[in-house]
Design a protein around this ligand. Structure first.
Ligand code: PLP
Length: 643
């Protein structure tokens, strides 16, 4: 049993990407450890089953706020250690970029836990600023205002400073500086701080590399920085310029890119500090990555450094520059989002149509009167061995070709063809099995064969709503069954959603060496529930998701664990109903109900429907309007009643 569990962990690479938060327990279920190895843990298969019992069926998001807390504490501890180790003469003060996850519960957790660190928020738009102004941000917690700004945005930020918020307005262009100067003239009293977003020559690495570099969409060139300083000097506002900011892209995969950027930004800060003595913060942006595939490499889905290495390199490199330039060391601000939020949420999905157990080939007998080509396929299967599997597989390819030609000419019937196909499929499976046993590398041909044989497992969820980045930018997320991990997975599958879109499919899976083209799954009878988990979905997915086919937001359960490992639901949030989804595209659900009822009444008047039928159909329609947008089968209770 223990061996089987260890083998499951290996198959799905949990120890590589789980970062200590995800494990397999003795019952072969996935469990979550909110303190990354220190416990307590919760069996998420049990949680899903319990929620299903309450009528909360997957797809559902399980959120663990304690993981956010753990990530936040870890980030601060890493910076504390780095500051102490390198004798850095100032402090670290982070902010959370709201766009990474706007969910109220996520932001509130971050602010609650972060208060002791003066951890603040970064907003990148006017609506985000409105949200932030409704949150209890204390006066030492920074509120960094990024993004393109109109007069309303700027005025709101200026007003917030008057209410003692620690606002830093980051100027993203020369025009914004001029606009700000005009607006601030009209107000008296407390003023916000200003910052400048610089466009560095240094780039990040990985998928978001182009967010940095001298061609990037954001930030000011050196000439523009000087122009903004002139404007501020002229308007007598230079003394509120306090922050230099840069961001070279999300998910930086290589640590050396971080070091390069800090070197350049450190020099820039030093030169500016000599002109603008009020400068005191260096905001290094986001980019601290997540190891989605667990390979610890600089591949797009991974990172080749730890959080501690990141903190060490930021602090050490910056100290070096400051010492050389003989300037006081700035307060280091970072806008890490992904690294704090990704681990805390798991999407649990149920399989709607799984992979059936393979037919047993003994049950497909060969008969003397079977067509020759079918007999030959049967014999290939019977006689295939470790030594001859390549040659026999190639023979089978020819026989299959021949079989289709004979079928097209009308010489084979459908039963012959079905039998021949069953033999061919089994030949492929056997060849793949032998190929894996072969010494040395598995030949490319058989790896391709293995992926082509993967079935489609249809799961009750929408890729576009729940893991949009898997579709939009082909990002990898760890996926695995959350139970039955004491059994061998016997088939390979692609994970298809229920949208009417062939793009709604996941066909690349994490692996430490080489991306996998299928997921190892267990056979299902489509009656017994089979659940998969999609992990590390807490950053960006919640907000980028869309309503393709009008599949709406999923149910959510926010789960807290006590020291004994007892869990409770801090909140269960119902997902969108059909009413919510259709309202979002500006239909009026009540008008639709009224029209439907009108039609029913007309039919009833004509005698096409009885009063009883009319009533039942109307009630059914109204109940459906308040139901989930996803597939939902009511559970039957012991008396066979549906609920
Ligand atoms: N700050 C800014 C300005 C960003 O654009 C982003 C995202 O790209 C972030 C912070 C967050 O980055 P990450 O989630 O990689 O930490």
């Amino acid at each position: 049993m223990a061996k089987r569990m260890a083998s499951s962990s290996k198959t799905y690479g949990i120890e590589n990407w789980g970062a200590g938060y995800v494990k397999v327990n003795r019952r072969g279920h996935v469990e979550v450890d909110v303190n990354c190895g220190l416990g307590p843990t919760v069996d998420i298969f049990n949680v899903v089953q319990e929620l299903v019992g309450k009528g909360i069926q997957p797809p559902l998001i399980l959120r663990f706020p304690q993981i956010i807390t753990h990530r936040l504490d870890m980030l601060h501890e890493c910076f504390r250690k780095a500051i102490e180790e390198w004798g850095y003469e100032n402090r670290y003060q982070g902010v959370f970029p709201m766009k990474v996850n706007h969910r109220r519960e996520v932001i509130e957790t971050l602010l609650d836990t972060g208060r002791k660190y003066n951890f603040g928020l970064e907003v990148g738009s006017k609506p985000e600023l409105f949200v932030a102004l409704g949150l209890p941000l204390a006066k030492d917690q920074l509120l960094v205002c990024n993004g393109f700004k109109d007069s309303t945005y700027l005025t709101m930020a200026i007003n917030a400073a008057k209410l003692d918020r620690n606002v830093v307005v980051i100027l993203e262009s020369v025009e914004e500086a001029a606009k700000f100067a005009k607006l601030i003239k009209r107000v008296e009293g407390k003023q916000p701080s200003l910052g400048i977003r610089a466009r560095l020559y240094s780039k990040g690495s990985g998928r978001w590399e182009e967010s940095g570099g001298d061609q990037s969409k954001f930030g000011l060139s050196s000439a523009e920085v000087l122009e903004v300083i002139d404007i501020l000097r002229h308007e007598d506002l230079l003394d509120i310029l306090r922050m230099l900011h840069f961001h070279i892209g999300s998910q930086i995969t290589e640590i050396k890119r971080v070091k390069n950027a800090i070197k350049e930004a450190g020099r820039l800060f030093s030169k500016l500090k000599n002109m603008v003595p009020s400068l005191k913060y260096l905001n290094v942006g986001g980019g601290l990555g997540v190891d989605y595939d667990g390979s610890k490499t600089s591949s797009d889905s991974s990172i080749n450094y730890t959080v501690q290495e990141y903190a060490n390199d930021v602090i050490y490199t910056l100290k070096e520059v400051c010492v050389q330039e003989n300037i006081p060391m700035p307060i280091v601000v970072s806008e890490s989002g992904r690294s704090l939020a990704a681990y805390h949420s798991i999407l649990a999905i149920s399989v709607h149509r799984g992979i059936k157990p393979m037919p047993e080939m003994e049950k497909v007998p060969l008969h003397d009167d079977d067509p020759e080509v079918v007999i030959e396929l049967g014999e290939i299967l019977r006689d295939m061995t470790q030594k001859n599997y390549r040659e026999f597989y190639h023979d089978a390819l020819e026989r299959r070709e021949e079989m289709f030609t004979l079928f097209n000419l009308g010489h084979l019937d459908l039963y012959d063809r079905a039998k021949g196909e069953a033999f061919f499929f089994e030949i492929c499976r056997t060849a793949v099995k032998f190929a894996h046993r072969d010494k040395g590398h598995v030949k490319e041909e058989f790896l391709d064969l293995e992926s082509n044989m993967a079935g489609r497992m249809i799961c009750n969820f929408s890729v576009f709503q729940s893991v949009p980045d898997a579709w939009a930018i082909e990002q990898l997320f760890p996926i695995m069954p959350i139970h039955r991990l004491t059994e061998n997975p016997v088939a390979g599958a692609l994970i298809a959603d229920i949208t009417c879109d062939s793009d709604g499919i996941i066909d690349r899976f994490v692996d430490i060496k080489r991306e996998k083209e299928f997921l190892e799954v267990h056979p299902t009878d489509n009656k017994t529930p089979y659940y998969l988990g999609l992990f590390l979905t807490g950053a960006y997915q919640d907000i980028i998701g869309d309503f393709h086919n009008l599949y709406g937001r999923c149910h959510e359960a926010i789960i807290l664990l006590d020291d004994e490992g007892l869990y409770h639901y801090q909140k269960i949030i119902k997902g969108d109903t059909v009413r919510d989804a259709i309202s979002s595209v500006r239909y009026d659900p009540d008008a639709i109900i009224a029209r439907f009822e009108q039609e029913l009444n007309n039919r009833a008047k004509n005698g096409d429907l009885t009063q009883k039928e009319t009533k039942a159909m109307s009630e059914f329609f109204k109940a459906g309007m308040e139901g989930t947008t996803y597939l939902y089968e009511p559970l039957e209770n012991k008396k066979g009643r549906r609920r």
